[in-house]
Design a protein around this ligand. Structure first.
Ligand code: ZN
Length: 127
């Protein structure tokens, strides 16, 4: 049935037709109904597909999945960025012994290059 359809109303018994009316719950639009123009009885409730809860939750699921994917990305990123931004050069390390002819690391007791990138880097204390 649709607005303007004629019908024999079971409520008032007249030959009448349907009108569409919006049902409101305060300021929230709840839906639409088809009513008899003579007596105002609700003949049929109209359901709108776009307001179906199933569609809404499917969108939420997709958003949640995307968010969890991005969340995993974001958790990994700071670690990578820290490695890229601050190089742990041996020349800035507390274990380094600067000497005119060689550069030695106290931690590993070996010669190192001042520009080496060391996993056991310890920042030098500022004097
Ligand atoms: Zn009626």
């Amino acid at each position: 049935m649709k607005p303007g359809d004629s019908l024999h109303c079971p409520h008032c018994g007249r030959n009448t037709f349907l009108k569409k009316e919006t049902v409101m719950n305060g300021w929230v639009r709840k839906g639409e109904v088809l009513k008899c123009v003579s007596c105002g009885a609700v003949i049929e409730e109209l359901h709108e597909e776009k307001d179906a809860p199933r569609t809404f939750s499917a969108e939420q699921d997709a958003a949640a999945k995307l968010k969890s994917l991005l969340g995993a990305e974001f958790e990994r990123k700071p670690e990578i960025r820290a490695d890229a931004d601050e190089k742990k050069f041996c020349r800035d390390c507390a274990h380094l012994i600067a000497h005119p002819f060689l550069t030695r690391c106290m931690k590993f007791s070996r010669d190192v290059n001042p520009m080496d990138d060391c996993p056991s880097f310890t920042p030098k204390k500022e004097k």
